[in-house]
Design a protein around this ligand. Structure first.
Ligand code: FA5
Length: 337
């Protein structure tokens, strides 16, 4: 390996075979490093006759320069090749059509609830909450429905123990709020309620929005005005609305409100049970017994309360003919809203 011709030939072969940049430093060390072939060949000059040394020395120096130059050129080549390889392997075809992202939509009940809350908020009603697992006291007793009262049969109750139940309406929130606050007050309480009840217009879990307004000189006329303003805002000015006398132990007098069935244009269908009307809420003037239960002065204060059925309102608003569709989580159905 002291012969420059042999060194050059071997170097050219090895350089040609090189395909990775890491190999360059190994090659460099082998040929022009401190203990490389060229260094060895220069050392070996000592054994040559004096007159041959300068020529051989120059040849070796030229070879060293040649090797240095070729290594630099090869490095450039390999960088270029690597770059092109990367360009092709990481290529992104921006003309391929994208995967369609499905957007979620708001549930029709959530939309309806938000609309109801917005309308009452704009009329100055605060938004309150109460527990879904409730005490018998708040769900019944304080609302003037003692244990042996026949009105308990009006709502099929899921009991947890004798005293604890799943609230059957949002009315207990009235009591919880009145216990904490003094009149005048205006509040609504949206939330889930539970009853052992199921058909096209009844669900075992459904939503109500309770309303309560207490102050001096609050009358049935105020109740009617607030509910009519709300219904006009929600359904438009031409929707038929009727107030019917009714009975609730916690209001006196009491009323129920029906909306002309928008699903059949009041001609009669399974939703309105061929009556042309759908009941959406119960209401009335707060019974003095209820005010007594929370310590309000019944000589000074009067008030009205109401309980809206959110599903029924959503059915009318979106022309949905079966309450169970709200809970099936069918994306084809939900995507329409
Ligand atoms: C009540 O729940 C009373 N707490 C309402 C009330 C509040 C009256 C304050 C007076 C003062 P009712 O049981 O009628 O009343 O229910 C109220 C509304 O909830 C009904 O008009 C109806 O729209 C809806 N509703 C009742 N049961 C169901 C059910 N199983 N599924 C869906 N909606 C229902």
């Amino acid at each position: 390996m002291e012969n420059p011709e042999v060194i050059k030939e071997k170097f050219d072969q090895e350089l040609k075979a090189l395909s990775q940049r890491e190999g360059l430093s190994v090659l460099k060390a082998h040929y022009i490093g401190k203990k490389g072939f060229i260094a060895e060949a220069i050392k070996a000059l000592q054994s040559l006759p004096k007159e041959e040394r300068p020529l051989r020395g120059r040849i070796l120096n030229e070879l060293k320069e040649y090797i240095e130059r070729r290594l630099i050129e090869k490095e450039k080549e390999l960088i270029e090749i690597e770059y092109l390889r990367k360009l092709t392997s990481e290529k992104i075809d921006i003309t391929i059509p994208g995967r369609l992202q499905r957007f979620g939509t708001e549930h029709p009940l959530t939309k309806t609830l938000k609309e109801i809350i917005n309308i009452f908020s704009s009329m100055g009603f605060s938004v309150e909450e109460g527990p879904e697992v409730e005490l018998d006291f708040y769900n019944f007793e304080a609302l003037n429905i003692p244990r042996d009262h026949p009105a308990r049969d009006m709502q099929d109750t899921f009991y947890i123990t004798d005293d604890i139940l799943l609230r059957t309406h949002t009315s207990p929130v009235q009591i919880r709020v009145m216990e904490k606050r003094k009149p005048p007050l205006r509040m609504i309480a949206p939330g889930k309620v539970y009853r052992c009840d199921a058909d096209v217009t009844h669900s075992p879990v459904f939503h109500q929005v309770e309303g309560l307004m207490v102050g001096e000189d609050i009358s049935m006329a105020n109740l009617k005005a607030v509910l009519e303003a709300f219904l006009r805002e929600l359904f438009g000015p031409d929707t038929p609305v009727r107030f019917r006398p009714s009975y609730f132990p916690f209001t006196e007098p009491s009323a129920e409100v029906d909306i002309g069935c928008l699903l059949c244009g009041q001609r009669g269908c399974r939703v309105c049970k061929n009556s042309g009307w759908l009941e959406i809420l119960g209401a009335g003037m707060v019974h003095p017994e209820v005010f007594k239960a929370v310590g309000y002065d019944i000589e000074r204060y009067t008030g009205f309360a109401f309980g809206l059925g959110v599903e029924r309102i959503a059915m009318l608003r979106y022309r949905i003919d079966d309450i169970r569709l709200f809970y099936e989580n069918n994306l084809m159905f939900l995507g329409q809203f």
